[in-house]
Write a protein that binds this ligand. Structure first.
Ligand code: FES
Length: 104
């Protein structure tokens, strides 16, 4: 039986992976061989895991204050930018650009 979840495509690697509901984008990427920097190990302290959501933002958890604070503090705020370690997958199809220039 196929687990409930989502399909996540990571660019530019062009890897599509099935994600289990509640899994972070970071964990999904790493489990499927997609490299995303994660200096703090996923504790919302570094922003090196910043990704750009190209499509499917509604399929992800809503960013909480610590994530928004971290992105703002680092000057990496923007509606399409998320920290991959904090963005949890719920359902649907998601298109993600890894390692973008998150400064704009
Ligand atoms: S890995 Fe450090 S904030 Fe996501």
């Amino acid at each position: 039986m196929k687990p409930a979840g989502a399909s996540v495509t990571f660019l530019p690697a062009n890897v599509t992976a099935a994600a289990v509901k509640g899994e972070s984008l970071l964990d999904c990427a790493l489990a499927h061989g997609v490299r995303i920097e994660c200096e703090c190990g996923g504790s919302c302290a570094c922003t090196t895991c910043c990704v750009r959501i190209i499509a499917g933002n509604e399929a992800l958890s809503v960013p909480e204050a610590p994530e928004l604070d971290r992105l703002t503090l680092e000057g990496r705020h923007g509606t399409a930018l998320r920290l991959a370690c904090q963005a949890l997958v719920f359902y649907g199809d998601i298109l993600v650009e890894t390692n973008p220039d998150c400064s704009s």
